[in-house]
Design a protein. Sequence first.
Length: 51
Amino acid sequence: LLGLLSIYVLLILKSNYNDKLREEEIVDIEYEKLNKQDTSEIPLIREREIK
């Protein structure tokens, strides 16, 4: 019973982690689109968010 429970928890954590990765990829793609349009201000915004 414990084995099944731990496998279930791992699957949930793994799917949540994959969703977060996917969201980050989408955000990166959006930033790339914006950077192509205007390269002056958006990289500064990105740096501020990281810090």
